[in-house]
Every structure is written in structure tokens, then in C-alpha cells.
Design a binder for this molecule. Sequence first.
Ligand code: MN
Length: 449
Amino acid sequence: MTYREQLKFLLERDAGFSEAVGLLKQLGQRSGLEVGIFSHHDVDGVSSALILHRMFRRLGAKVVIKFPERFKLLEEDLKLIKGKFDLLVISDKGTFASYDDFFEKAENVLIIDHHAPDGNPKKASVFNPAMESHTLAATSLLCHMLATQFGPTDELDDLTALLGCRADFAFDPVEERCGEFVRPFIERSMKKFPHLFKTRLGRPTMYDVVDRRRTALTNQMAEALHVGTLAHYYGEFLNSGVSGPELVFDFLKELPADDLIMIKNLDDFLSMAPAGKTISRILESFQLDWELLEIRVRSPIFLGEIKSVGVYLVFAREVPRMQSTPFAAVLPYVASTQLEPLRRAFGHEATMIMVFCPKENGVQISMRGGGGRIDCSLICAQLVDRLRRLYPGCAGIEGGVHPDAAECFSGKSVPIYAVMRELLLMIKEWSQQEIRADGGGHFAFRVMG
Ligand SMILES: [Mn+2]
């Protein structure tokens, strides 16, 4: 299927896509259309915001964009933008039923998202290909799909969506893996930007998890953008008041669309727009942080094996400058590089790592891997559920997201020992369940030793 064919198919078969296109067509008729966008603060979220910004500009709309530093959009975040809108877009920030409550802020609410839904919004329009079942995608591609319906997109839209897909693990140019939903777009991109996909020897990036000897330009560029979104934690390189997501947004916005097919290496890319210099300096500092964390994640504790998946625990702190981030910053990415060496060293068919990270503002637990046999998001959701029941008054217990990469965060009001206790108790209970079920394909842990 070509990308064009896929778009035609979606327009006919995907109710969410056709509804979103219909809504935008109708609103596009309005003069003085005012749009507020709240997008995720990561690379995919920033990429989504830029593609939407360019699309709405073509429609003649006035656009305001914010990147609140939390996954779920809350009522209080809406105050970041004054006034009321014709349209409120919530991109890459999950699909929550509570987004139905935001009609006070705007006449229309459009959710564009690729995460497993947490509830089913009834009033808001939702374009999310993962509504029914798990689908590997990225919101920036969904925005690109919408933008194609409103005038021609260009190389800047294409490259931005491609980097959003890479940053969200929807494809891997080195391992040559690609989700089915994004495949038509990725194949189109390979023809357009062939040198971005070439595998080369070189310093491995945070995305080169399996083979730490090789990389590709796409991975290097996406890593630079990821580091850019953390810029406000590298305050020494940044003018005060600018956040990392805003820095990356400005960098991408200034890229010359016509020259993008010429990019041969990371320096080319970063020298194409003013903010690239700052990103490049932060990247050097980030690499030192990465090296520090490599030491901290070196010896994960083996917890047990389930369905031939070796489950490991890393207990470590983030780098000093990231100890207050309310999201997974660097440590879980570094820990992910242990998945493959552990699998090879101990002969598991697959591996999974739980990263237990005490922070200034609470505990961050990140789960990575699972080889498609253990669902990380399910484990995080269960942990969240247990903690909420034990500490009903405590706000800030959140978790879930993807089967192979999930997060759980519990705020400071829940003691660290309690979070660890629940995690270990959960494992123990699952192991007992498996004994009762006589090991018969039950989703459970078997604790060794
Ligand atoms: Mn995303």
C-alpha cells in the first residue's frame, strides 16, 4: 500500500480520521479562526505541533501552542492560554475521557493521539488508530496525514513527521523494523531521504539499543532533538525563559524546506537553523550524563523469568540535573541498552527491565522491553491501581502507555518504600498465581531464587 492509498483507505474506513478532516474542513471556512494546541513535550509532540501549526497557518488560522510538562492535560494547564477558542487540539497527550470536560475552553475539541486510550471520550473528536487495538504509530504522522488533506505538504513536514516516528520507536532504520501503520510513510521517506536510513559505524545513540556499534543519521537527528527538548535542564546553555520543547519547535520551524534532502550528517542538520548551535552544545553535555548513567545501570538484579522473558530490576538515580523531571528523562533510555546484552548473556528469549528511580518529587518507575510477551503498560497500570487504593488521598499517581515502554510515577506523598514493596508484592502474587494455574499460559511471574 502506498501512502496515498493508505490516506484514501483511512478517509473511507477510519471514522476518527474522517471526522477530524470534516471538522477541520468546516472550521477552515471561518475567518479569524482561533486554535489552541496543547502538545506533548517530547520530540513526537513538538513535531506534531509544528506540522499542525503549518497546516493551520495555511488555513489562515491564529494558533497558540503550549507544551505543559506532564503527559496528561489537566484543567489547570488550560489557563496557560487566555481566552476561548474555536478549536482546542490535544496532540500526543493520551486519550482520556476527562478531555470531554474542556469544552468550556473551546467550541470544539480534537484529540490526536496514538497511545492506548484511558477511557472513551464521547464529546471530543478523536483520531487515534490505537483506539481498538495496539498500533505502532506516532502523533506527528497522524498530523501529517491530516495536513495532506489541506494543501500540499513539503519536505519540512515530511522530515518532521519522520523524526517524530523515530523518536517514538515506530520504526528503526538500523534494525530495519517498522510498524505496519507507519510503513507506507516510512517507505515513501526512504525514497525521499535515502541517506537518512543508511547504517553507519559510529557512536551509538539512545535509539541504538540492540546493536551498539552502528547507527543511522535519522537516529542521530532524533537524539539531538530529544536532547533539545531537555534544554531547560541544561540552563547554562540557554537564555532563561525558553523551554526545551520551544527551542526544538523554533529550530524545526526555521529549517529551510528546500535544502533538507541535502543533509549528509548531523553537523549539516544542526547548522541549518540558529537554535542548532545550542542543541549541539547541550548534546555534548548530555553524552557525559549518559556515560555516568552507563555506570549506574551496569548490574541489574535478576527477578525471575516469565514466558521465557528475563525480568530485571535497576535501582538508580537520574543524573543530578534531571532529578526533578516529572517524566522519564535519561536513565530509562540508558537502562534499555542492557536489554540485549542481558538476553544474550543469560539465554532468555527476551528481556524486560524495570527501572526504579527515586526523584526529588516522587518515584519514577519505567518498564522497557518484554519481547511482545509481557505487556509493560499492563504492569504499570496494575501498580498504579494498587498504589491508588492504598493511598486514596494522594494525587499524582499516574502510569501506563505502551506495551514495550511504560511509565509509572507516584508523587512524594507516597513513601518510596511503599512503592518498592508493592512492586515486589505484585511479582510475588503473580508467581503464586502461576503456581496455582500450574504454569498453564497464565500471565504471571515466576520468581527465581
Ligand atoms: Mn508520541
